[in-house]
Design a protein around this ligand. Structure first.
Ligand code: SF4
Length: 360
């Protein structure tokens, strides 16, 4: 599955395709189990989704974005119609893509604070959210070509992929697009070092890129300053869950604009990326093990009587150093998240799984 000799346009062997399909189906079934648990065993479902899967995701996006792009259950759901030949395979305009990218960033900023009031404590509500997103993903997949509309457009996780997956070092094949139809330009999957500000073709692109790079670290910090509420009953609570994330967003957004005058944009993006993911784990790891500032919120297992607090802090500091090394300091390998399949016009076969040979 991982092959350092992979070149753009290389053919995937039937065995490789089979292995990827097994991996995709397995992760998809795991997703089904999580949704089932969220509805019928909410405590288990919340642990599986919010306290295991989601905390692993940022680290995975940093070290292996392409792996996630290949096995994400929501992507498999969105691309199922395309694999089955049921998609209308329309192309989205540059303006349309810009708008989808902006909506996805705004959706992230609206939905994530709601975790404190609804989703973190309510399994069925989280299941409804996931199923609603899955429905939108399928509708997008039925209408648009390959990953353009959902995986590289409207998915609220995609902006985070672009922020965290800056320094990809893994060579993986594209396990979804049978051949490349140039459905999105630039394609995040096949563009080495893509970041949220790579595309500045439209105003929507520019706003989405700025919000994701400059504002996101502050948003993450602000999110962790709010405790969980059991449902929103007053307007005041609603304001509370948004106040700190919005304040943080404003502070780092302004900081980004100021620093841009002194530091090269590319370097600044890597620093803000490392800061955002480090900030997430700085708060999330202690909370997972019972050392959080709001006792009980987001706790997977209480280790307060088992390990000393300094050991958790040591883990957090080590992770922070790792992220700054990986994203900011280590050599940019210029490897895209996944290797481009053959262009459709160059392959012999335009069918569902046409992996034609291409020299470039
Ligand atoms: S690899 Fe080609 S077909 Fe697949 S998402 Fe990117 S541009 Fe679209």
């Amino acid at each position: 599955m991982i092959n350092s000799k992979l070149r753009p346009g290389d053919r995937l062997s039937p065995k490789s395709i089979l292995i990827w399909r097994i991996a995709q189906i397995s992760v998809w079934l795991l997703g089904v189990v999580i949704v089932f648990s969220l509805i019928f065993y909410p405590t288990l479902g919340i642990h599986l989704f919010w306290n295991i899967l989601i905390p692993i995701a940022p680290l995975l996006l940093v070290v292996a974005t392409g792996l996630w792009r290949n096995i994400c259950p929501m992507a498999s759901t969105a691309l199922f119609p395309r694999h089955m030949g049921l998609s209308k395979r329309k192309k989205i305009t540059v303006e349309g893509m810009g708008k989808l990218n902006l909506i996805s960033v705004l959706a992230l900023f609206v939905l994530v604070p709601l975790r404190h009031a609804i989703f973190d404590l309510n399994g069925p509500a989280t299941a409804v959210l996931i199923l609603s997103l899955a429905l939108i993903a399928v509708v997008m997949g039925l209408r648009y070509e390959w990953k353009s509309a959902w995986c590289s457009g409207l998915c609220p996780v995609h902006p985070v992929e672009k922020l965290y997956g800056l320094n990809n070092k893994l060579k993986l094949p594209n396990a979804h697009c049978g051949s490349c139809h140039r459905c999105v330009t630039p394609c995040p999957d096949k563009t080495p070092g893509i970041n949220p500000l790579t595309t500045k073709k439209t105003m929507s692109n520019k706003i989405a890129g700025f919000l994701m790079v400059g504002a996101f670290p502050g948003f993450v910090w602000g999110w962790f300053q709010v405790p969980d509420y059991d449902g929103i009953t007053t307007l005041e609570q609603l304001i509370t869950i948004y106040k700190s994330p919005m304040l943080g967003l404003l502070v780092t957004g302004i900081l980004f604009l100021i620093l841009k005058k002194f530091i090269k944009e590319k370097s600044l993006i890597t620093i803000f990326s490392a800061a955002a993911v480090s900030c997430y784990y700085w708060f999330r790891i202690p909370a997972l093990f019972g050392f959080g500032s709001s006792p009980g919120d987001g706790t997977l297992i209480d280790l307060t009587r088992v390990v000393p607090e300094w050991s958790i802090m040591a883990l957090v500091v080590a992770l922070t150093l790792f992220f700054f090394w990986w994203i900011v300091l280590s050599k940019q390998r210029k490897i895209s998240w996944v290797i481009r399949p053959a262009y459709a016009t160059e392959g012999m076969n335009f069918g569902k799984y046409s992996y034609g040979k291409n020299k470039g």
